[in-house]
Structures are given as structure tokens and as C-alpha cells.
Design a protein around this ligand. Structure first.
Ligand code: ADP
Length: 431
């Protein structure tokens, strides 16, 4: 009996020891797993922080790069309006084209990082599809003529014209695809087509195609060329140039427009790029605004007294000269405090306010002005002058009490449009 009991006791003890050991092992494993989870969480936080820093860095870099670009492009535009010899005009025009190419590249890099950081937003307005396409192709028709290529645009008659969507981004996709078609085609034609993929009461999905008779793309590259920095052939890069960003941007923009992008191509025969995009149907056909208002670079509004608040000396000069060319009277302040002092000294009709300034920035200065106005009931029109155009910025500036914004580098056309819009919304002066 005793022997049996001892045996059972030993058995139990061994079992217990095993169980305890197992529990200990499990606990150790759990601790390890928890530690791993914590490490992963730390890494995730760090990765998110790094992405945010990268986006912020790019936004700041873009400001830093655009500021001198504003000076370069602005001064060249102004110089081109003066009397020049043919040779001087040629040099200046070539420099301006190079500066514009540099700016386009910068915008591409900024676009791709904005998209990656989920900070690119569409700006929907009523627009005319055919006018948007015409404007896109107008930019490229000169290059087509130079290469002796036919450039055709044939939207199907049933494709509705009065749409609601972002014509600027649609044009960007079309310009990119047609630009590529021109680049990779040496003879024949490029044809842009549009037809209706589907339509219900308020929405239409359009199918766009850009067909060329160029070098074509091998089947195994059909997917990778939509990735950022990827090109069909590394060696081609030297022949054709480019960054490999265009199609990646197109693909993301098309995604934002609720569509998709794909291609058919045969090496040596040509390529057809297709994309779809969804739009609203405009309730106000006939009232649609042109996608990019073509303006005479002449003042349409009465002469105004304008205060330019901007800290960068070159940018001050660009803004002042442009506004003076439009027939306005201009005074300059180097920061927000100086702007407030100038407002105390004399009346103005409008302020062009740089957002980033030393001492007191544009947002803070606007807040002070708006606070002062609460007592008087007056309203000074303020246009933000900004090198940022990130998602949420427009809302931020409008919330800060600004009435609109002009992005740098300032163009005469954009200035005219912004000032006219402000003038049009100004309540009539009391009689
Ligand atoms: P980039 O043109 O700046 O190189 P993209 O992203 O616009 O960048 O195009 C990526 C690559 O896809 C090009 O380098 C080229 O190899 C190929 N590709 C794009 N469009 C065409 C086309 N119409 N015909 C032939 N190859 C093309």
C-alpha cells in the first residue's frame, strides 16, 4: 500500500514539475511576444513620425525652393515685357523655359510626396470637358508640329460637356499622357478619345484614351512603368530623359478621380493608354468656367492701393512690379508688424500677405486685423501669398480670415484672376 502511495506521489510530483515547467515556458514565450509587440509598436510610431517629418521636410523644402523660383520666373516674365533685341529675347525665353521645366519637376516631386502622405485633394468645380481638353492639347500642339506629328482630339458626341470635377488635375493627366506619346513617337499621329463608360442621373464615368504610333512598350513593363521612378528601359532614359514620375502621378490622380489606368501596347507599333474617371454632371451647363481662364495680362479692375507684406526682397520686387504693371499703387511691408503700422498710416484697398514672415507671420497679422475690424465693421480684403499648397491649407487660410490665396511663383494671370474675384465679391461702396 505504502509502496503504491509513494509511487503515485512520485508520479504526481513529476507531473506537477512538468506542468510548472510548461507554465514557466509559456510565460516566457508570452513575455517575449509582448516584448516583440512593444518593439513593433515602437517601430510603427517611429515610421509614422519619419513619414510625417519627410512630408513636412518636403513642404518646407518646396517653400525654400519656390521662393527663389518665384524671383527667377517673375523677373524673367517682367524682363520679357521690356524692349529687347532678338538675341536677348531668345536667351531670356530659353532661360524661362528651363526655369519652368525645373518648377514642373519640383511640382512632380511634391505631388508624389503629397499623394504618398495622403495630402493631395481634388478641387471640384463646374467645367467644360472639351475646353479642358483643348487647353491641355494647346500646350502640346507646338511640340507636335515641331515633330510633324498629327495631334487629334475626338471626344464622342455623347460625352457630356458640362461636368463637375477637378479640371486642373484632369488636364495634368492628359498633358502627361500626351506629353509621353509625343516623346516616344517619331512619326504618325497621337489621338485623344473620350467616350461614356457609364452614366446615371447625376454621375458619369468617362473613358479616355491616348493612342500613339510610337516605339511601344514590352508587355513585361506594362505594370512597372506606373510605379514611381520606373521607366521601361534604363538605357532609354538617356535618350529620352524624364524622371519616371509622370505615370505614377497619373495613376494616383486617376485613383482619386474614382477611375483606373491601364495600357495596350506593341513594341514598334505604338501604345494606347486608357483611363477612366468619374465626374458629376453640372446642373448649370452654359455657366461652366474655363478650366484655365485665358487672360490678357492687363488689369481689368480699377486701380487699387495695395499693400504687399513679404519679407523676401526679390519677391517684394516681383510682386510690386507685377502689380504696378496692372496699374495699381503699391506699398511694401517686410513683416506683419510693419504691415499693421502701414495700415495705421494710410488706407489700402487690398493686402497681399505672405504667410511665412519673421516677427509676425501672415496668419497672425490677419487675425489682428480681423479683431480690430470687429469694432469698425470694415473688411480689408487679404490675399494670402503662399508657397504651400497642401491639403487643408486653403481651409486654414480661409479660417484665419484671409479671403483667398495666390501661390508662388506668382503669375500675372493668377494675380489678375484672384484680384478680380475679390473685387467682384466686394460689397458696393455705400453711396
Ligand atoms: P518619364 O516619362 O518621366 O520617364 P513616366 O512615368 O511618364 O516617366 O513614364 C515612365 C516610362 O514609361 C517612360 O520612361 C517610358 O519608358 C514609358 N512610356 C510612357 N509612355 C510611353 C509611350 N507613350 N510610349 C512608349 N513608352 C512610354
Amino acid at each position: 500500500m505504502v509502496v503504491l502511495l509513494v509511487a503515485v506521489w512520485r508520479l504526481w510530483r513529476r507531473r506537477l514539475a512538468l506542468l510548472l515547467e510548461r507554465q514557466h515556458r509559456l510565460e516566457q514565450e508570452r513575455n517575449r511576444a509582448e516584448e516583440q509587440t512593444r518593439a513593433m509598436e515602437r517601430l510603427l510610431v517611429e515610421a509614422r513620425q519619419a513619414t510625417r517629418l519627410k512630408t513636412e521636410f518636403l513642404a518646407n523644402m518646396s517653400h525654400e525652393i519656390r521662393t527663389p523660383m518665384n524671383g527667377i520666373l517673375g523677373m524673367m516674365s517682367l524682363a520679357l515685357t521690356t524692349e529687347l533685341t532678338g538675341e536677348q529675347r531668345d536667351y531670356l525665353e530659353t532661360s524661362k523655359r528651363s526655369a519652368e521645366a525645373l518648377l514642373a519637376l519640383l511640382n512632380d516631386i511634391l505631388d508624389i510626396s503629397k499623394i504618398e502622405a495622403d495630402r493631395l485633394e481634388l478641387d471640384p468645380v463646374d467645367f467644360s470637358l472639351r475646353r479642358c481638353l483643348d487647353e491641355a492639347l494647346q500646350v502640346l500642339s507646338l511640340r507636335a508640329r515641331q515633330k510633324r506629328l498629327d495631334l487629334l482630339c475626338q471626344p464622342q458626341p455623347e460625352a457630356p460637356d458640362a461636368l463637375v470635377g477637378d479640371p486642373v488635375r484632369l488636364r495634368q493627366v492628359v498633358v502627361n499622357l500626351v506629353g509621353n506619346a509625343l516623346k516616344f513617337t517619331d512619326g504618325g499621329q497621337i489621338a485623344v478619345g473620350v467616350n461614356v463608360e457609364s452614366q446615371n442621373g447625376r454621375q458619369v464615368t468617362l473613358h479616355f484614351s491616348v493612342a500613339d504610333t510610337g516605339i511601344g512598350i514590352p508587355a513585361e513593363k506594362h505594370k512597372v512603368i506606373f510605379e514611381a521612378f520606373r521607366q521601361a528601359d534604363g538605357s532609354m532614359t538617356r535618350k529620352y530623359g524624364g524622371t519616371g514620375l509622370g505615370l505614377a502621378i497619373c495613376s494616383k490622380l486617376v485613383g482619386l478621380m474614382g477611375g483606373r489606368i491601364w495600357l495596350e501596347s506593341q513594341v514598334g507599333q505604338g501604345s494606347v493608354f486608357h483611363f477612366t474617371a468619374s465626374f458629376g454632371l453640372s446642373k448649370r451647363p452654359g455657366e461652366v468656367t474655363p478650366a484655365h481662364p485665358a487672360r490678357e495680362a492687363e488689369a481689368q479692375t480699377r486701380p487699387l492701393r495695395i499693400l504687399v507684406a513679404e519679407d523676401n526682397a526679390v519677391n517684394q520686387k516681383v510682386a510690386v512690379r507685377m502689380l504696378e504693371r496692372l496699374g495699381h499703387q503699391v506699398a511694401v511691408a517686410g513683416n506683419g508688424l510693419e504691415a499693421l503700422a502701414a495700415l495705421d498710416r494710410q488706407p489700402f484697398d487690398l493686402i497681399l500677405m505672405d504667410v511665412q514672415m519673421p516677427e509676425m507671420d501672415g496668419v497672425e497679422t490677419t487675425a489682428v486685423i480681423r479683431r480690430q475690424e470687429r469694432a469698425t465693421g470694415a473688411h480689408m480684403p487679404i490675399l494670402a501669398l503662399t508657397a504651400h499648397a497642401m491639403k487643408g491649407d486653403r481651409e486654414k487660410f480661409l479660417q484665419a480670415g484671409m479671403d483667398g490665396y495666390v501661390s508662388k511663383p506668382i503669375s500675372l494671370e493668377e494675380l489678375i484672376v484672384a484680384i478680380e474675384a475679390l473685387e467682384a465679391s466686394r460689397p458696393p461702396a455705400p453711396a
